[in-house]
Design a protein around this ligand. Structure first.
Ligand code: 3PG
Length: 212
């Protein structure tokens, strides 16, 4: 297996909040709320006009946060997220062109996969950590167990359908490095600036992740 610098970002949390920010002013207080709850990583998705400014705000003001760009689906976005200050990126799926771009830019990257063939393809390109997306629709824990038998050297970040109810079971699987989800940053809590709620959700998730 090839393990290279672009395969694995440096954050320690086993829970990755998948975040849609509509106001860049929310980014820094959100980063502090997550850190307070034990989470040192953010996947700020490129799904709103506020995404790049939000990445930039966190990267500048909260250096201890690992600021990742999510929903990176186009080659042109790679340089934009680097310029904003993202230290890694994730994608829901992947193309060879995207791999070429992140490798060229030396940006740590977690490519999205959904099938054994995609996993093998990305492994050939040097990746050993991948995002299983959408995880539940792909077969959830059954799919991860099935992938683990023939391809035990690849670890996954399942995302899509992960919740506090199943987080622990996902994280117990030997080929699950971490799990991602949107439940940690509900849109209504972001809109009203309810950072205490987000810290509580982060603490609960951290406790589940550290429970074994
Ligand atoms: C997404 O890209 O929206 C993530 O997969 C989040 O999925 P979730 O809302 O089921 O956590």
């Amino acid at each position: 297996m090839t393990t290279t610098c672009f395969t694995r970002p440096a954050f320690t949390s086993r829970v990755v909040p998948v975040i849609v920010l509509t106001d860049p002013a929310h980014a820094v207080p959100l980063a502090h709320a997550l850190l307070e709850g034990g989470i040192d990583v953010m996947e700020i998705t490129l799904r709103s006009d506020a995404a790049l400014a939000s990445i930039e705000a966190v990267a500048k003001a909260v250096p201890q946060m690992h600021t990742g760009a999510g929903t990176v689906t186009r080659v042109a976005e790679v340089q934009r997220v680097i310029d904003a200050g993202a230290t890694f990126a994730l994608s829901p799926g992947c193309t060879d062109a995207l791999v070429e771009a992140v490798k060229g830019a030396k940006l740590p990257f977690i490519p999205g996969v959904m099938t054994p063939g995609e996993v093998m393809h990305r492994r050939e390109q040097g990746f050993s950590l991948m995002k299983l997306f959408p995880a539940q629709q792909a077969g959830g824990m059954g799919m991860l167990k099935a992938l683990g038998a023939p391809i035990p050297d690849v670890k996954f970040c399942p995302t899509g359908g992960v919740s506090p109810d199943n987080l622990k079971d996902f994280l117990k699987l030997p080929n699950v490095a971490m799990a991602g989800g949107s439940w940690l940053t509900p849109a209504d809590a972001l809109a009203r600036g309810d950072w205490a709620l987000i810290t509580r959700l982060a603490r609960e998730a951290t406790a589940l992740a550290n429970a074994f």
